[in-house]
Design a binder for this molecule. Sequence first.
Ligand code: GLP
Length: 257
Amino acid sequence: MAEVVIVRDAEEAGALAADAIEGLVRAKPDAVLGLATGSTPLTTWRSLARRGLDLSRVRGFALDEYVGLPREHPESYRSVILREVVDVLGLDPLLVRVPGDDGGPLTTAGRRYEDAIAAAGGVDLQILGIGRTGHIGFNEPGSSLASRTRIKTLAARTREDNARFFSSIDEVPRHCITQGLGTILEARRLVLLAFGEGKAEAVAGAVEGPVTTSCPGSVIQLHPDVLVLVDEAAASRLANADYYRYAWDHRLEVAGA
Ligand code: GLP
C-alpha cells in the first residue's frame, strides 16, 4: 500500500516532497529525478529551492511532452521544465531531458528516451501529479499497465483541462509523447501529489480502486515505495482516510531511515 499523507495544503505537501528529494540528493548528489509538469509540483520545487542545496549534479527526466509544438513554445513541456524547474532549482539544463528533445525521428524517440533513462541508471525518485482522467504522465485511460515511452492521443477532458495554458482549446495539441506506466513503475520511488476536489475521484481510484487501465494512476498500487500527498479536498473520497491519518499521526520514526 502506498503511504498516504493527508496534509493541510499544497505548501505542506511541497515541503514533504522536498524533504524526500533533499534526503535523496544528500545521499546521492547526482541523483536522477523524474520531473512532472503541471501546477501540482510547484510548491515542491519552491520548497526545495529555499533549502539552498547544491543541485547542479542532479539529472532529470521529464515525464512527457506535447507533440507538434515548437520546442521554444512557452507551453512546450521543455520550456515549462526549464522555466519552472531547472531555473528555480539551479539544475544544469544539459542534465535534464524531455521526451523527443534529441532531434531524432519522433517515431523512435520513445525507445531512445528509455535508453537514456537506463544509461543514467534509472530514475531514483519520480514526482507525479494526476489528471482528472486518472492519468499519470499523459497515460490516458486504456493505457497498458506495461506501456513504455510512446506517442499517445490526449483525451478530450485533458485537452479541456490544459486549455487554460493556451489562448484557445484549438491550440492544445492532440498528441503527446509520454513515459509509459511500465516506465514509471521502474522508478525506485514514487511521490504522487494531488490537490483540490477536482482530483478526489482520480485519487480514490489510484489509491484504493482496482488496478485497472481505466484509472492509469492505479498502477501505483503495484509499486513497493509510494508516497501520496493529498490535501483534504483531494482526499475526500478516500474510504480509508481515517486510517491514513492515524498511521501518519503514529508514524514510527526510525533513526537513519
Ligand atoms: C498534465 C500533465 C501531468 C500532470 C497532470 C495534472 O496534463 N501531463 O503530468 O500531472 O496533467 O496537472 P495539474 O498538476 O496542473 O493539475
